[in-house]
Design a binder for this molecule. Sequence first.
Ligand code: NAD
Length: 737
Amino acid sequence: MSYTNFKIETDADGIALVTWDMPEKSMNVFTEEVMDELDAIVDQTTADAAVNGVVFTSGKSSFSGGADLSMIKSMFTLHAEEKKNDPANAAQKLFNLVGRMTGLFRKLETSGKPWVSAINGTCMGGAFELSLACHGRVAANSKSVKIALPEVKVGIFPGAGGTQRVPRLTNTQDALQMMTTGSSLTAARAKAMGLVHEVVDPEKLVEAAKAMIKNGLKPVQPWDEKGFKLPGGGVWTPASAQLWPAASAILRRETYGNYPGAIAILKCVYEGLQVPFDTGLKIEQRYFTEILQTTEAFSMVRSLFVSMQELGKGARRPAGVPKSEFRKVGVVGAGFMGASIAYVTAAAGIPVTLIDRDMEAAEKGKAHSEGLVKDSVSKGRLTKEEGEALLARITPSADYGDLKDAGLVVEAVFEDRQVKKDVIEKVEAVIAPDAIFASNTSTLPITGLAGNSKRPEQFIGVHFFSPVEKMMLTEVILGKETGDKALATALDYVAAIKKTPIVVNDTRGFYVNRCVFRYIHEAYDMLIEGVPPAMIENAAKMAGMPVGPLSLNDEVAIDLSQKILKATVADLGEKAVDPRHMELVNKMVDELDRRGRKNGKGFYEYPAKPAKKYIWPGLKELYPQKAADKVDVEVLKQRFLVTIALEAARTIEEGIVTDPREADVGSILGFGFAPYTGGTLSYIDGMGAKAFVELCEKLAEEHGDHFKPTPLLKEMAEKGETFYGRFDPYGQAQKAA
Ligand code: NAD
């Protein structure tokens, strides 16, 4: 029999080598067709008396990324349709559907033939669950081997036996840690945990897997043997009595109960370890069915997997512009941002010319990369040669003439119109007529800056976030005259440096900073009302924000907030800012010299390490304090999420952001907006526009007009619309989604 996605070669010893190699895909993933074929392969190898065992491997450089989450997304849509037609049967259908993979893997492991998984690279999710169902697992001793069950990161959990097999192979604590964080294991770590049996040189992988079978590997899993004992002891042991209360407490501390998928992992393991294996699988299947019906799972899969992938692949790239090849990128301004932009560009294999006002400043910019490379080499993330090659790609210079052959120049000089004007003119005097100029400005409108350019259609904003090495988002800003080639080039560049782009139209603060300042300003309001500062910070984290607003303001600098407020007054008049906010930042900066982390004094105090930062005690003296028990934490949580989501809705209404995927992904990658919501607009869609409008009206009554719902939201509430329905990114009327 022949298969589309697999190749089978049986050797003289009767060992069938099944190689998974999906045509026209760079990565193997589980699809309906893959499961059908795998099912047939299990039947075929089981029935064939000439087959003594099976080695399962991949024909690609990686093993597999796991389930095709687009398939899961369509499962959600299917379920939503079913639910409308036949609610009683919809859940049962979903239950049967999610049991498909579990059943297939169980069939494989009880087939009576020994199966060995030969893991040659990244092995994630369903692919590792398949490997766990094999009787033997061999991994290549290679940096490219990354083993993980990362489902929790997209709101679901390992639902194809993972929650039952992992804690039957390793101790419960490690099993829980692996699954609730979704973090990757190296081959060596997986072996130490008992999750793989052998780690061998990559070229000996298949040979070692075959040898396991030849050496008499039993086709029976430990849990199917009589007298099987759990490696971590059962649930009713003294060790477990220590573990379980701590496990739920830690999960609560880390996630504030916001992630149903993570909680389900604990339930599956706790309940599953007390019953026979097959019953454990049933328990997992039931929880998985439940989790798939949560708003969190739906929104997280959509934003954090599907949309992120679509944006990364250039969903917004204009068609018809040939793909850009970057033979050289120029970076002008080798300061805090420019130095990092040069690093990520060189790390992507692109030669960079890094310009500053003099050679010393340019070299100082390159020194940033030298530090990062040194660190990576010492940690084994880069070889010495790779590090040297990376650094060789960065050429510091003070001569604009060196930019003449750059196809793209990114400007990151001082945030000053005159300085930028000067740089734009100097760069344009040397670059080729078709080269693209990108500004990394964070506050100056692109259209205004492009006024200094002789070719505004080739002028664009490429806004990075700090720290550039870590932040995965880049905002691409279109000026009024920006043309398709500039947009395509910017998106190709963002893809080359492996970041996710969102494309936004020109406005003060663009998208991300507009939302971020709403978050910070809500905290100012709370401070002024006398909410205890610690409650402000904790409520934000309980709402799912990674960093409290006061802490965040310290990081971005309070004097920057002051500068932005002042600029807003200068451009738009006094009424454009809240005078109480102005008073607060003026007091912090001008009177108290508390500028944030950078001068060691802000809303927090920063004592010498190893002591931790703590909220500045004087903050409580600035405003009369409310008693903590008179403040409703739930309302504080809502205020943070609602004020940000409302701002996102305004950007859509104003035509700044045009695609809901970008608002959602941008909010999560840009400032960590409560990821369990799926992002700012999914948060609104998740509760429904009607409920959101009601919530806004209630908050507006008590906490100010900035909570008033916008006309668009009111209209959507009336019509029962969603953002993804009304601003359908797929161009079809999918009102229900
Ligand atoms: P910085 O002061 O650290 O660096 C600016 C660099 O530009 C300095 O090295 C300076 O010598 C150089 N420079 C000034 N005039 C120049 C000229 N005429 N020719 C060549 N080089 C010149 O500032 P930064 O924080 O890196 O910010 C740079 C830009 O990035 C600004 O537009 C800022 O708004 C934007 N930005 C900053 C952040 C951030 O977090 N700091 C985030 C996003 C965007």
